[in-house]
Write a protein that binds this ligand. Structure first.
Ligand code: MN3
Length: 200
């Protein structure tokens, strides 16, 4: 397939002050666009990945240790969902019922989830992502480097947060933990998380 960049599902200034319009303009229009452009050269029409789903390409590239495709197609997948994992007025501890029950059962409740998810992002050394994923029918918290994601490790991501500096440096400088806390407390679109849980 030819990969393309969809517009953000909200206005550039919709997530301020937790995430500024300037961050979203650079992050979506420059960084995500570059992953799409590189992805089309590396895994678009005329390559061995032609015609495969983005999820299948993520898994195949990881198995083959194809780092350029892992990073560019991985990042395209990650960012498609990242924009949808956030919404104006999101975040906090009002989770949809099925998701809340699994957080209680598998992760020790919302407060422990929040602490452990933020900690995964804080402790990811260098660029990468922190995740909430479903593996073997249970919720798990994970972190990955660069453009990797849980699909590549046999799990289904249902929430991810970008901890590359381009995601927070304009708004938070080096305070990655403050960015992660704002993401959980003010931005997460829990309905989209539950919708992905339904596909896991
Ligand atoms: Mn990014």
């Amino acid at each position: 397939m030819t990969f393309k960049l969809d517009p953000l599902p909200y206005a550039y200034d919709a997530l301020a002050p937790a995430m500024s319009a300037e961050t979203l303009q650079f992050h979506h229009d420059k960084h995500h666009q570059a992953y799409v452009d590189n992805g089309n050269k590396l895994a678009g029409p005329g390559t061995k990945y032609e015609g495969k789903s983005i999820e299948a390409i993520c898994k195949e590239a990881y198995a083959a240790k194809d780092a350029p495709v892992i990073n560019n197609i991985g990042q395209h997948y990650n960012h498609i969902h990242f924009w949808n994992w956030m919404k104006k007025g999101g975040g906090g501890n009002k989770l949809p019922g099925k998701l809340q029950a699994m957080v209680d059962k598998d992760l020790g409740g919302y407060d422990k989830f929040r602490t452990d998810f933020v900690q995964a992002g804080v402790t990811q050394f260098g660029s990468g992502w922190a995740w909430l994923a479903v593996k073997d029918g249970k919720l798990t918290i994970a972190k990955t480097a660069n453009g990797e994601n849980p699909l590549m490790m046999g799990a289904q991501p249902i929430l991810g947060v970008d901890v590359w500096e381009h995601s927070y440096y304009i708004d938070y400088r080096n305070a990655r933990q403050k960015y992660l806390e704002a993401f959980v407390d003010q931005l997460v679109n829990w309905e989209y998380v539950e919708a992905m849980l339904g596909k896991a």
